[in-house]
Design a protein around this ligand. Structure first.
Ligand code: P6P
Length: 355
């Protein structure tokens, strides 16, 4: 009977059905945001297929161009970018797109679209050649610009607290689609044989305290005293706070973030001597992951200011990123305050910037 029970077991809730079921959660429940999320999921399935056979169809390696980040584009960067842009254009709900791979905003010519999407189509793509997990990160806002006109760059300058949805896809040992619309975080695992995402991680929450820290310690000499003090803290022995922590750094933001979300931990990409405002991008990396981590009970900052309240000024601006378990991020922030002179910035008094 066991085999029969297994055969007859329900397959679970698909992403499509979950999005439709939760549609009433959205302030503007007219189905457009649901359709947008489905458009992203469709492109994800296509990208997933290509990543899984990258070594077989000669799409590993570099494309032979440098993107706006000054980074060498991988072939899969270009393919993923094309796939997501095309899916969003054809879906019709998005009037304008900001992509890590494009210098300027992308006009979809769908001026009825009420949403704008900022996306990192394939973060960590240089890892594909060595079979390490990679990911896509997206952030969605309602447009500010008038309907029936082209979307504008101001549509992307609303600030992290104005996101209506955010998510990531991790292409790893399994492919998962994780997203929030401000009503908790839910994770879906891709069933290749059915071509569907199924709810596998309902209502995801991060532990207040973990024992994993993720940072490129090879850059430690370029980091500030506060960060170095926190790294020393991570290595000290203290049973009450599970120290010494384990250092786990995959070199793929989505993979490190996802592991920390499931197990507890902190990911740090700080300011360095070379990258004075950090390496990671505010609009399509830090903001969406910060929305998700706060919805999961965690915390995200630039080391001083709440990440979601950072004021965006340019499309590809970078930011230091401290993100993960609440008490671990707070400890890192405390170390920065103790070890680094802080000066008031032109921002409101409640905001300070490192010296
Ligand atoms: P580094 C990948 O290029 C990425 O943007 C993130 O996915 C990753 O966490 C980080 O950069 C790795 O950077 O300087 O440690 O190689």
């Amino acid at each position: 009977m066991a085999d029969f029970d297994k055969l007859a077991a329900p397959v679970g809730t698909t992403l499509d059905r979950f999005i439709m079921m939760r549609q009433q959660d959205f302030l503007y429940a007219t189905g457009e945001l649901s359709q947008l999320l489905r458009d992203i999921a469709l492109a994800t399935k296509i990208v997933n297929r290509e990543i899984n056979r990258a070594g077989l169809i000669n799409i590993s390696g570099t494309y032979g161009a440098i993107n706006v980040q000054g980074e060498e584009q991988q072939k899969m960067d270009v393919i993923a970018n094309i796939r997501f842009i095309r899916a969003l254009k054809n879906g019709g709900e998005t009037c304008v797109i900001a992509s890590e791979e494009n210098d300027t905003i992308i006009d979809t010519e769908k001026y009825q679209g009420r949403y704008v999407v900022a996306i990192d189509p394939l973060d960590g793509s240089s890892n594909i050649d060595v079979n390490v997990s990679v990911g896509t990160i997206f952030s969605i806002y309602r447009r500010m610009s008038p309907i029936n006109t082209p979307g504008t760059i101001e549509d992307f300058m609303q600030g992290g607290t104005q996101q209506v949805a955010a998510g990531y896809i991790i292409f790893g040992s399994s492919t998962m689609f994780v997203y929030t619309t401000g009503h908790g975080v839910n994770g879906f695992t891709y069933e290749h044989s059915l071509g569907e995402f199924f709810l596998s991680h309902p209502n995801m929450k991060i532990k207040d305290a973990g024992k994993i820290y993720s940072i490129n310690e090879g850059l430690a000499m370029e980091m500030t005293e506060g960060v170095k003090a926190y790294l020393d803290y991570c290595k000290e022995t203290d049973k009450e706070t599970y120290r010494p922590y384990s250092c786990r750094y995959i070199g793929s933001l989505v993979a490190d973030f996802h592991r920390n979300l499931l197990k507890g931990g902190i990911y740090i990409y700080p300011a360095t001597k070379k990258l004075k405002t950090g390496k990671l991008r505010l609009l399509y990396e830090a903001f969406p992951l910060s929305f998700i981590i706060e919805q999961a009970g965690g915390k995200a900052s630039d080391g001083i200011n709440r990440m979601l309240e950072i004021k965006p000024t340019t499309l590809h601006q970078r930011t230091p990123l401290y993100i993960g378990s609440k008490t671990m991020v707070e400890k890192a922030e405390e170390m920065l305050r103790i070890h680094e002179a802080v000066k008031t910035s032109p921002q409101p008094l409640s905001k300070v910037e490192r010296g």
